[in-house]
Ligand binder design. Structure first.
Ligand SMILES: [Zn+2]
Length: 43
C-alpha cells in the first residue's frame, strides 16, 4: 500500500526499506487515500 509523505506530499511505495520520506527526510507518513475505494472485494 502506497504512502504519502505529509510534509512534501510525495508518494512512497517501498516503505519496507525506509521509514522516512526519501525526498525530504520527513518521518511522518500517511496511508494514501484514494477517493475510489480499491479495497472493495468483489466476490
Ligand atoms: Zn517528504
Amino acid at each position: 500500500m502506497p504512502y504519502i509523505c505529509i510534509h512534501c506530499g510525495k508518494e512512497i511505495k517501498s516503505l519496507e526499506k525506509f521509514i522516512r520520506c526519501p525526498y525530504c527526510g520527513y518521518r511522518v507518513l500517511a496511508k494514501k487515500r484514494s477517493s475510489i475505494a480499491k479495497e472493495i472485494s468483489t466476490d
